[in-house]
Design a protein around this ligand. Structure first.
Ligand code: SF4
Ligand code: FES
Length: 249
């Protein structure tokens, strides 16, 4: 079948604004959008810029807007985003991050927020010579959060970031939750500096857009709400107010 890729092109050093360029490609319905992009790159326009690495849904580098929805190009089949021969597939860069070139965005701020959430184990003591013992039930508490591949799809889809670019964002909270709910970790207090702030966990309004687009099916909104609850439990144990900041202020 033939499909047309309508790609948003933009080189900030040369173009006044983004524009659309169309490429017709011959594909199988079971090819992936990434295959179609590679066909354009190899045989039609080598200047087309996009990221990809693993091509198997593991590295998270090829998230983009496919027909205006956040998806991994390597996990999206042509037949899932077209109905008929000759259909047009629109491709654009993720939202909420500056465009570096064509479909590539600058993820510096996204990863800065991720790092600020301290996505590593904070233990109370030196590692013991033996393994930490953890029950299957304890492991299950943070299992979902371990699946994140840092693709930024949730960050792009979050409506709160439209209004408040300072919001920490879903992925950084998932990264924090990965450790907050790990029985071996003792770093809740160290993470409150970033989580329990007006732009930390509290601006989330339960739109569920992050959960909808996550290619790893992580229940992100649930994890954010569990983290909010954990912060309140922590404050309660210290006799502090559990009131939420209003409207992210
Ligand atoms: S939580 Fe899901 S959508 Fe967000 S960065 Fe991780 S894998 Fe991507
Ligand atoms: S190229 Fe690695 S997730 Fe798609």
């Amino acid at each position: 079948m033939k499909v047309t890729l309508a790609v948003q092109r933009y080189n900030p050093e040369a173009d006044a604004q983004p524009y659309e360029q169309r490429f017709e490609v011959t594909v199988e319905p079971t090819d992936r959008v990434l295959d179609a992009l590679m066909e354009v790159y190899r045989n039609q326009d080598g200047s087309l810029s996009f990221r990809k690495s693993c091509a198997h849904g593991v590295c998270g580098s090829d998230a983009m807007l496919i027909n205006d929805d956040e998806k991994l190009a390597c996990k999206t089949l042509i037949q899932d985003v077209t109905e008929n021969d000759g259909d047009v597939i629109t491709l654009a860069p993720l939202r909420h991050m500056p465009v570096q070139r064509d479909l590539m965005v600058d993820q510096s701020e996204f990863f800065g927020k991720f790092r600020a959430a301290k996505p590593f184990l904070i233990a109370e003591s030196e590692p013991s010579a033996r393994e930490y013992i953890q029950s299957p039930e304890e492991r299950q508490l943070f299992d979902d959060a371990t699946k994140c591949i840092n693709c930024s799809a949730c960050y792009s889809a979050c409506p709160v970031l439209d209004e408040n670019p300072e919001f920490l964002g879903p992925a950084a909270i998932v990264a924090a939750a990965r450790f907050v709910f790990d029985s071996r970790d003792k770093g809740v207090e160290a993470r409150l500096d970033i989580l329990d702030t007006p732009n930390g966990v509290w601006p989330c309004e339960n739109h569920f857009e992050c959960t909808r687009v996550c290619p790893r099916d992580i229940k992100i909104t649930k994890l954010i709400n569990l983290t909010k609850r954990e912060i309140k439990r922590y404050r309660e144990a210290r006799g502090e107010s559990t009131a939420e900041p209003q409207d992210g202020k």
